[in-house]
Design a protein around this ligand. Structure first.
Ligand code: AMP
Length: 405
């Protein structure tokens, strides 16, 4: 699915391409059409899922479709965030995605002077991003009005409640027109969040996406420590011993993939490779042959680890570990799709230990190890120690989180 199929204008699509996004994330795929339709939305989504664009893009689309004037101090879309830092980030996204639109976006938060914010709100705003406390202060000064409000977003609702904003949010709700679109985003849905949602959201479309850093639940995954030069023999042994019908095997280089295919075919295991040096025709044919079960093994490099959907694929093999840790999740995600169970195994040699540790840190679990009879490595694979400190998402600017006062 592409952004061009989601009903967004050329201007917005052009801003998206400039950001370098090639396709929508799962939350965007669901949230964009839902919000464009005008319905209320309740979405379970964490930071890092692309949720900000998930609500910003359709809001900008809807606002720009109706050529409405901004009246003095009035706002058309209000986005509430728990922290100043998040408010600034969301405002930056609104500005970026709305680059080619004739819409005005403002941001207000506490801890800085109120006067400049009052001045900037004089002409009204199509989109206002705000933290609750400062918004109420500005309202009391008549600097912001809600007569023309069309849409409300509560971003990170669970965090708002954790930070004790419940009374302020309720106070704001009472000031808004009842005929409006309401969108609630939250990483978790505790009873308190659900309670809040009840008074806020009507007949919503509910959206929930898996967090990006998890392997598919029904996939059993484990690794065999083996020597590098034993990997091909180990794979041939497994294919035979475990009577695999078919397997998708990942190799880290194009040359390695081609070599493996040669070795497998020489051993009468029908195989083909699919990678970036193959023509589109050859790639399509290999994939079609694999789906038609004319091939037993499809050897692939990273190119097809995302998005490819092969029904009933039970076996995935990492002949080499991926070069980037996220690749492990994408590769393993090729099996166990749509409720099917699956198994993903990795052949790991001593030289790959560092990468293994990075993957295990990303997964926040150690990949179970099994011994492969007859292939005990001469150079042993070191034991892993789990680094329980999760990776942090890179934040573009300020690192400090400033809590609204
Ligand atoms: P968020 O969950 O909104 O905090 O977004 C997390 C990160 O994903 C941000 O750095 C966005 O710029 C990025 N992002 C959002 N949508 C996409 C997309 N469709 N493709 C790639 N990156 C994206």
């Amino acid at each position: 699915m592409k952004f061009s199929n989601l009903g967004l204008s050329i201007q917005i699509q052009s801003a998206i391409s400039k950001k370098g996004y090639s396709s929508p994330t799962p939350i965007q795929l669901e949230a964009i059409p839902a919000i464009l339709s005008g319905r209320d939305v309740m979405a379970a989504a964490q930071t890092g899922t692309g949720k900000t664009a998930g609500f910003t893009l359709p809001i900008l689309e809807n606002l720009s479709k109706v050529n409405k004037k901004c009246y003095a101090n009035q706002v058309r879309a209000l986005i509430l965030t728990p922290t100043r830092e998040l408010a600034a980030q969301v405002h930056e996204s609104v500005t970026t995605y709305g680059e080619h639109l004739n819409l005005k976006a403002e941001v207000v938060f506490g801890g800085v002077k109120m006067n400049p914010q009052m001045i900037s709100l004089k002409g009204g705003a199509d989109v206002l991003v705000a933290t609750p406390g400062r918004l109420l202060d500005l309202y009391r000064q008549n600097a912001v009005k809600f007569r023309d409000l069309e849409v409300l977003v509560l971003d990170e609702a669970d965090r708002m409640l954790d930070l004790g904003f419940i009374d302020q949010i309720k106070e704001i709700m009472d000031l808004l027109p009842s005929k409006r679109q309401s969108l609630l985003f939250s990483a978790t849905f505790s009873p308190d969040v659900i309670d809040l949602a009840k008074g806020l959201i009507h007949n919503p479309i509910e959206i929930s996406v898996n967090t990006s850093n998890s392997t598919a639940e029904k996939v059993e995954h484990y690794l065999y420590p083996v020597d590098q030069d034993q990997k091909t023999d180990a794979l041939l042994y497994l294919i035979k011993k475990e009577k695999w019908e078919q397997a998708l095997v990942f190799a880290s280089t194009k040359h390695g993939a081609d070599q493996l295919v040669k070795d497998l075919n020489r051993n009468n295991v029908k195989s083909a490779a699919i990678h970036g040096n193959k023509s589109q025709g050859a790639r399509t044919k290999a994939l079609a042959d694999f789906k038609d079960k004319k091939l037993k093994i499809l050897v692939a490099t990273e190119i097809i680890s995302r998005g490819i959907d092969i029904n009933q694929l039970y076996q995935v093999v990492n002949f080499d570990l991926p070069k980037r840790a996220e690749g492990y999740i994408h590769r393993v995600g090729r099996t166990g799709r749509a409720g099917e169970s699956g198994s993903a195994i990795s052949l790991v040699c001593a030289q790959e230990h560092e990468m293994l540790q990075i993957i295990e840190r990303l997964l926040q679990e150690l990949i179970p190890r099994r011994e492969l009879e007859g292939f005990t490595p001469v150079v042993p694979l070191a034991e892993s120690i789990l680094n329980t400190k999760p990776f942090k998402k890179k934040k573009p600017k300020k690192k400090k989180i400033i809590i609204e006062d």
